[in-house]
Write a protein that binds this ligand. Structure first.
Ligand code: NI
Length: 174
């Protein structure tokens, strides 16, 4: 298990649509997921999609007890989600600040659905189905977008609400 380099915004690999995983519970899949966790933990991330380490499969991991990058948010169960789907339970969107390990040092204000239901399977084929609100719902939608080749800067409405984390904090915007 080893942390791998994270692709950054501008790398066209991040823009491809990831494909469904067809074989679960294989040594290769378990090794990939172990590397994804090592990569996410090394970077203090809240989530990671396989495409961020260059593997175009529909796999996301997310969750944490406490997160140094997002100290004020509720814990999210540590989750492996393969071939995920979701439905929107409340069409209202709420805005929130996001970062991404593929856009290091930056934050942007993005509107997301506040209440969703998602489902998928874990690496063993166990079904996972949950309702999620607020930051949990936000993290899922952010990772799901990676599987579609979408990164959060694409979704920013107001360019003034996008910038380097340090500068946004220094100027009181964040
Ligand atoms: Ni991201």
């Amino acid at each position: 298990m080893a942390a791998r380099p994270i692709l950054r915004l501008g790398d066209p690999v991040l823009r491809q649509r990831s494909v469904e995983v067809t074989e679960l519970d294989t040594p290769e899949l378990h090794a990939l997921i172990a590397d994804m966790f090592a990569t996410m933990e090394a970077a203090d991330g809240a989530g990671l999609a396989a495409i961020q380490i260059g593997v175009p499969l529909r796999i996301m991991i997310f969750g944490f007890e406490v997160n140094a990058r997002y100290p004020d948010v509720e814990p999210i169960p540590v989750t492996v989600l393969i071939n995920p789907e979701f439905e929107v339970l409340d069409a209202a969107k709420i805005g929130g600040w996001e970062g991404c390990l593929s856009v290091p040092g930056m934050r942007g204000f993005v509107r997301r659905f506040s209440h969703i239901r998602y489902k998928g399977v874990d690496q063993f084929g166990n079904e996972i189905a949950r309702e999620a609100c607020e930051f949990h719902a936000r993290v899922f939608q952010h990772e799901f977008d990676h599987l579609e080749g979408v990164l959060y800067p694409d979704l920013i409405d107001d360019p003034l609400q996008f910038g380097f984390h340090e500068e946004l904090v220094a100027s009181g915007i964040l």
